[in-house]
Each structure stands twice: as C-alpha cells, then as structure tokens.
Write a protein that binds this ligand. Structure first.
Ligand SMILES: CSC[C@H]1O[C@H](OP(=O)(O)O)[C@H](O)[C@@H]1O
Ligand SMILES: Nc1ncnc2[nH]cnc12
Length: 288
C-alpha cells in the first residue's frame, strides 16, 4: 500500500511543528548546497512528516537568499511524497482580509537571479507548469484550514516578487491590474522546483496585510508579525488536521511521473556529474 510522507515548508512565523510525535531535528546534506535548516521529522497518527523552516529557525535567511533547490532536494531525498508549503502574504484585494487564508492555485513569477531549476547543462528538461498546484493536496489543505476555523478562499494568483523590499505603490497597483490576489517573495521558484522533483505541491497562504495599494496601509514587518502570531495556531491546526484526514492509501498523482515526458537530453549527451547532482530528483526516472 502506498504511504504518504508529507513535507511541510514553514514560512514566516512557522519555524517548528509542535504536533509531531517523536520529533527529531536532522541535518541533511544536499548536492545543491545548504538547505535553510535541519529538518524536523516525526509523525502524526502514523503518517510521517518532514518539516523544514524556509527562513531557518530564528529567520536568518531573507527570501532572495533561500536555497530553494537544496530545500526541495532534501525533502525529495528523505522520501516525501507531497509538499504543503505555508506562507505569509499581502492581499491585493479588498475581500481577502488580514487573517484570511488563501489556497493559491496560480503563480506569476517576478523573481530574478534565483536558481530556479534543477536542470542545467548536461541534463535538460521542461516540465509543464500550467497547473502549478496539486488540486488534491490543495483541496485537503482548504478543508483542513476551514475545519480549523479559518476563512478560506479557494484558489488565487500569487505574485512572487523578488524582495526583500516590499513593493512600490505603482507595482502593487500593477499586480492588482494583472488580476493577482496575493503577493509574497518565496513561492517561486519553490513551486517550480517541487514540480521538477515530481512532488505534488500546494500552498496555504496566510494573509497578513493589505499591500500598499490599500488606502492607509503601508506594509511593515511589525504589523505582519502581529497578524502572523494571531493566526499561526490556525495554520498549525490545519496541518495536523490535513494529516489526520489523509486517506489510508495514497493514490498515485500524475505529478509523481511528470519527468517521464519532460527529459530531452539524449542518454549519450548527459553529463554524469549533473546526473549525480540529480540523484534524488531523477531516482525514480533513471532507476538509481
Ligand atoms: C515577514 S514579511 C515578508 C516575508 O514573509 C513572507 O515569507 P514566507 O513566504 O516564507 O512566509 C514573504 O514571502 C517574505 O519573505
Ligand atoms: N505585502 C507583502 N508583500 C510581499 N510579501 C509579503 N509577505 C507578507 N506580506 C507581504
């Protein structure tokens, strides 16, 4: 029977998971460099979890310095089957208020200069990103957040900005005119890398502020931290609730095998050093 192993990426305000049974911090090496921190492994009702704080414990790592490749590689290397990410976001619409949750289903990636793929010279691949989020995991995250007492918006477009500065008012208005719903600095390239690693990914976004387009609301970290602190318990309860509600057997997802139709480099043109770096990402495909 196929078992779940859930990777959780904690965002701002979520640096550990106290619901885990038999919790252990474990440092894991990756050929992609240092992950944001050690991972916290444990279980909830027999389901194994691997928790990774995206900014590290104590939040030493700003969004543009996160090694998302190492983070996703470590989760893959430890055998995670699915990844639920949690993020603090600004709202780009009046009806998504601070304290609400949004289960994001689209991204617009405006980050730049970040390593955003596992596939470099020596092994090329192009994965589909039309639907960047796993609908099964997203649906379960929405149901669990609702059961935990949150106001939840199903679906939404997340504008990933480079940061670490917040947006200008003109940028914030531009993103609204594009139809974006929330804004943050971390879900890209994270979501792209999860797809390349054949990990179904969903993002539970916690609205912490109206971005600066909103009359009288200039964003600042202190205000965000206040909202985060008031709502982090709901995020924790949603994670635990999602895990408790998982069906006993994990049915396969099409994302599990997305690389079957994505690799393009001919076997003879593949760089062995690159393949070694890709050992976790390509373990299933190349039978390592
Ligand atoms: C603390 S405010 C800005 C910070 O919060 C968000 O991080 P995360 O997505 O990890 O929750 C945002 O993307 C910025 O990194
Ligand atoms: N307004 C905002 N812009 C970018 N990232 C954020 N994270 C939380 N609020 C944000």
């Amino acid at each position: 029977m196929a078992a779940w192993k859930i990777g959780i990426i904690g965002g701002s305000g979520l640096y550990a998971l106290d619901a885990l049974e038999d919790p252990r911090w474990l440092a894991v090496e990756s050929p992609w460099g240092a992950a944001s921190d050690a991972v916290l492994t444990g279980s909830i009702t027999g389901v194994e979890l691997v928790f990774l704080p995206r900014h590290g414990r104590g939040h030493p790592i700003p969004p543009h310095m996160i090694n998302a490749r190492a983070n996703i590689d470590v989760l893959k290397r430890l055998g995670c089957t699915d990844v639920l990410a949690v993020s603090a976001v600004g709202s780009l619409r009046q009806d998504h208020a601070p304290g609400d949750f949004v289960v994001v289903d689209q991204f617009i990636d405006r980050t730049r200069g970040r390593a955003s793929t596992f596939f470099e010279t020596g092994m090329a691949a192009h994965v589909p990103m039309a639907d960047p989020v796993c609908p099964r995991l997203a649906g379960m995250a929405a149901a669990a957040a609702r059961a935990a007492g949150a106001v939840v918006h199903d679906g939404g477009t997340y504008l990933a900005m480079e940061g670490p500065q917040f947006s200008t008012r003109a940028e914030s208005r531009l993103y609204r005119s594009w139809g974006c719903d929330v804004i943050g600095m971390t879900a890209c390239p994270e979501a792209k890398l999860a797809r390349e690693a054949e990990l179904p990914y969903a993002l539970l976004a916690m609205v912490t502020d109206y971005d600066c387009w909103h009359e009288g609301d200039d964003v600042d970290v202190a205000a965000i931290v206040r909202v985060m602190a008031a709502n982090a318990e709901i995020a924790r309860a949603a994670i635990a609730g999602l895990v408790r509600a998982l069906p006993a057997e994990r049915m396969a997802s099409p994302i599990d095998t997305v690389l079957d139709t994505a690799l393009i480099t001919a076997p003879g043109a593949r760089d062995p050093a690159m393949l070694t770096k890709l050992s976790a990402v390509l373990a299933r495909t190349l039978g390592h």
